[in-house]
Design a protein around this ligand. Sequence first.
Ligand code: GDP
Ligand code: IMO
Ligand code: MG
Length: 408
Amino acid sequence: MQEFLSSLGQVSAIIGAQWGDEGKGKATDIVSEHFDVIARACGGANAGHTIVVDGQKHIFHLLPSGCLHEGKPVVLGAGMVIHLPTLLEEINTLKEFGMDILPRLTISNEAHIIFDYYKELDAKLEELREQGIGTTKRGIGPAYMEKAKRSGIRMESLNKDISGELESAAKELNKTYGLSINSDTEMTNLKNAQEVLGGCVTDTVTQLHGYLKEGKTILIEGAQGTLLDIDHGTYPFVTSSSTTSSGALQGLGIPPNALKSCIGIAKAYCTRVGEGDFPTEVEGEAGDRLRERGGEYGATTGRPRRCGWLHIEDLQKAAMLNGITHWNITKLDVLDDEDEIPVGVGYNGDEVIYEQIQGWKASTVGMTKFDELPQNAQRYIKYIEEKTGVPVALIGTGQGREEMIIKS
Ligand code: GDP
Ligand code: IMO
Ligand code: MG
């Protein structure tokens, strides 16, 4: 454990290597215990990060999953797009759980606000597409559209009167899409948020650089996954933000040379929610088996996730794009019953070439030591290390916080 922790350095990022839902939340929760500050950088409430502590499930959409560790500052960075009622709901849920996050929460003044009507526009855009993307309908696309168009409204405006901006947005929305804005709801949402969050909005870039100067350690929790990246993912079936480690640094205003390690999170198989190519997808009985064993239903939308096998090329690409220094292979236990595990290793034309790895047919649930794993499970992990050239540091063996092997 100590060896693993000291290899992470002052700033480390946790980044999804596939199409999201790899188990970033659980890794963040565990690793953040050993970091001083936890930050989210990009994306919004399209994310759904699950952690299970003492049998209780918590799902975070906007707050970083490390927030259950008392006393640690949590930061929402400039690259984020924030739906205020969702954030208030999350803060309230924590309060009911007995935790007041407000005194240690800061939100970048540069982050963009997601209004309710962005969600309607998200749905409308999906309807207008010949081939839908299968978005989460959380208003993410419209928020980044407004940002790139340079007409977005940022958190710095939380305490200002923005009725004029909303009025001109309403006119444009109505003219272009026949949608209307419920200004009363939007203004009420803003007012509620202002009362609770007014004191949290700040220049988080200066704040984070202050922490760096003091020698504090910072853990960055990525959202979505590398294959959903707006530039390097399976465009156009991607999200609208940069989901890589570089995107996360940009989102927080931390320079690239500050990042000392990157933990790539990858399932021992693969899932995708939403539309788009998924070359190693398996339908039918095998797909259903993975879905049921893995509980593969979206943490944000409840949609059944498409399931398939690990694709080594995805991991190689993710390692390359993010500078992954350690893997966390999650949900190894989900493969416990498989006779043989196919792994995609490339293509013959459009066809995926598979190698068959011998299954272990024994329970790995809850294991915490690498040596306890069945020989074939150890071989599976070593196979991933060999194919990707990146060491596996963490192996997930269950949903719970303690169900993790720390290998090095
Ligand atoms: P994230 O978006 O990357 O944080 O992942 P999600 O929370 O959306 O989905 C991951 C799901 O897998 C959650 O339900 C987790 O509780 C669960 N999970 C994470 N790691 C493991 C593991 O090692 N084994 C099992 N069985 N479940 C896991
Ligand atoms: P976490 O952080 C899985 C997918 C959506 C859709 C595409 C675009 O929990 O891993 P969007 O609403 O972002 O415009 O949708 O991206 N998507 C995710 N899939 N996990 C996520 O987040 C996702 N965030 C977005 O399903 O295919
Ligand atoms: Mg998720």
